[in-house]
Design a protein around this ligand. Structure first.
Ligand code: CAA
Length: 499
């Protein structure tokens, strides 16, 4: 881990600011999407082929947004060995609201108590699935600003994505990520290459504050997502072409080694990659069309805004971009297809999936495009340049090692049948915001090191405990382990109630 001194000693413009370390947490239980198809009495293949989803992670009443974020932040700090006193900014991105005033960030500050560090900027940021990206931009901007005091920033993004019974329910999920931000990072956010598209839309929103469920206009949400993608890509391409060197190629998918997307469901991601191919096609010079896009010349007169649901265009460009999808996007969909939509962490779950599919040397030097979308709507496209320093013990090697067991962690989860899943969803629905409340979910199935809710008192104050870690403090929760229930359990005091 690079060490940099306090702000007074930090000199010059910080270089290579970006993601130094990444931690991901997802629930220890899941439901199979093909079993859910049968249970919901929809046609076989609708969720698995039509939406591209394999499994869906979900939480019992033992987990809420605070516990997810406590778990992922604790793990990041333990894995990196960075003391809490070395964090100068903590940003949380979430749309899972359990308190309209008190931020999740302030709950996380309990983890800082032993260090004595209360000098930590940042609070929560909310706009549907975009909050994590807003938090990342805030953190990177802080490190690059005159306010930076030389310490690290941390971004935590977490959500519980649950929908009412019906068409949207199979596009749920849950999880959290934590990102350590600073200079000399192995994943550098490219400067001057960020494009956003923000406007007003009622595609997905949560006006009923007594419910966890959103109000969704499914078709509009897809159109909003795709139009934001077009707009961000056009601006990204323009900025890229203005800043590129004379010998570099003009911006297109060919310039990127990987392209990652916010993933509400994997089929939309595949369609989005095809959409970028369509954008490239419409921007391409006339003489390159017949060689690069054989058989597609007839689509040359199409206007992007007329094609969101144009089946012929979609089919043609899905086929044309299939090899690019397989090479540049599919490896990133491991978490998205296995856990589902995690909302704010979704894009960074894709980053975790991409890293887990690489070795240090195969990831080094790569250029990764990322598209973040949050309904309502806010969207940004940006890019990451991966460090070329492949030395053992350096941040890139540590990052790749930290994600190496991601597939094993996903496989070590507990499968729950759709009936039990539906009951748990009903319990969450019935007890959401209930106070006082004592959760009933089985704690023994949670991964080691997981924070969980033990109770909500009559003033809505929440108490948490943590399951013991594995004996090796750097071992990762998730590989099948026996919980040592006799080990000391750290506890948090929330409000006046102490566990
Ligand atoms: N075998 C194979 N495919 C099948 C099938 C079968 N038996 N049955 C249906 N399909 C296909 C359909 O043809 C369809 O494919 P296309 O998308 O290519 O048309 C696909 O499966 C889905 O079927 P429907 O369109 O009939 O599905 P639906 O209308 O019932 O619901 C949905 C789909 C609108 C996405 C719904 O799940 C939903 O509202 N989800 C939540 C909103 C969402 O995720 N929006 C995405 C963009 S917004 C965003 O990104 C923010 C966010 O995170 C929420």
């Amino acid at each position: 881990m690079p060490s940099f001194k306090s702000g007074m000693q930090a000199q010059g413009w910080p270089q290579d600011v970006g993601i130094i370390a990444l931690e991901i947490y997802f629930p220890s239980q899941y439901v199979e999407q093909h079993e859910l198809e049968e249970f919901d009495a929809v046609s076989q293949g609708k969720y698995t082929i039509g939406l591209g989803q394999t499994r869906m992670g979900f939480c019992s009443d033992r987990e809420d947004i605070n516990s997810l974020c406590l778990t992922v932040l604790s793990r990041l700090m333990e894995r990196t060995g960075i003391g809490y006193e070395n964090i100068g900014r903590l940003e949380v991105g979430t749309e899972t609201i359990i308190d309209k005033s008190k931020s999740v960030k302030t709950v996380l500050m309990q983890l800082f108590e032993d260090s004595g560090n209360t000098d930590v900027e940042g609070i929560d940021t909310t706009n549907a699935c975009y909050g994590g990206t807003a938090a990342l931009i805030n953190a990177v901007n802080w490190v690059e600003s005159s306010s930076w005091d030389g310490r690290y920033a941390v971004v935590v993004a977490g959500d519980i994505a649950v929908y009412a019974k019906g068409a949207a329910r199979p596009t749920g999920g849950a999880g959290a990520v934590a990102l350590l931000i600073g200079p000399h990072a192995p994943l550098v956010l490219e400067r001057g290459l960020r494009s956003s598209h923000m406007c007003h839309a009622y595609d997905f929103y949560k006006p009923d504050l007594s419910s966890e469920y959103p109000t969704v206009d499914g078709k509009l949400s897809i159109q909003c997502y795709l139009s934001a993608l077009d707009s961000c890509y056009a601006t990204y391409c323009r900025k890229s072409d203005v800043t590129k060197s004379a010998s570099a190629s003009s911006m297109s998918l060919e310039v990127l080694d990987a392209m990652l997307f916010h993933s509400p469901y994997c089929k939309l991601v595949q369609k989005s990659l095809a959409r970028l191919a369509l954008n490239d096609f419409l921007r391409a010079s006339p003489d390159s069309v017949s060689t690069k896009y054989p058989g597609l010349e007839a689509f040359r007169e199409k206007r992007l805004e007329d094609t969101y649901f144009d089946r012929d265009v979609e089919k043609a460009f899905m086929a044309n971009s299939m090899p690019t999808f397989e090479a540049k996007t599919k490896p990133s969909l491991l978490v998205a297809t296995q856990v589902g939509n995690m909302y704010t962490p979704s894009l960074y779950g894709s980053l975790a999936g991409l890293i887990s599919s690489h070795t240090v040397s195969s990831l080094a030097g790569k250029k990764i495009g990322l598209f973040s979308y949050g309904s309502g709507l806010a969207a940004t496209m940006f890019s990451i340049k991966v460090s070329t320093d492949t030395s053992p013990g350096m941040p890139l090697a540590k990052l790749v090692t930290s994600m190496a067991n991601l597939r094993d962690r996903l496989e070590s989860r507990v499968k729950v049948n759709p009936q039990a899943f539906a009951q748990i969803m009903q319990l969450r629905e019935d007890t959401h915001h209930k106070a006082p409340y004592v959760p009933v979910g089985d704690v023994s199935i949670l991964f080691p090191g997981t924070w969980y809710l033990t109770g909500v008192d009559d003033k809505h104050r929440r108490q948490y405990e943590r399951l013991p870690l594995l004996p090796s403090s750097n071992a990762h929760p998730g590989t099948s382990q026996i919980l040592n229930k006799e080990a000391p359990v750290p506890s948090l005091a929330i409000g006046a109630a102490t566990i």
